[in-house]
Design a protein around this ligand. Structure first.
Ligand SMILES: [Zn+2]
Length: 75
């Protein structure tokens, strides 16, 4: 059974819960009784959603045949 890490936003405590994947998105209750918790993505790998950095994209650069030299203005 996978293990999920949660963090309580009320008291700042972190705790772990073991639950089936079907209940991964269910709200968890802090051991102190708080219900304002968030799930941490530390143990569950997320694939396909990471897009760090940036895709190599060709930026339009100068010097690739400008429209200025058509009439001999710069040569
Ligand atoms: Zn708490």
């Amino acid at each position: 059974m996978p293990r999920y890490d949660f963090r309580c936003r009320a008291c700042g405590a972190t705790f772990e819960l073991r639950r089936p994947m079907a209940q991964a998105g269910d709200p968890a209750v802090c051991p102190q009784g708080h219900q304002d918790t968030v799930k941490l993505l530390s143990t569950v790998a997320v694939t396909g959603a990471a897009s760090a950095g940036g895709a190599p994209q060709q930026a339009p650069s100068a010097g690739g045949g400008g429209g200025c030299c058509g009439g001999g203005c710069c040569g």
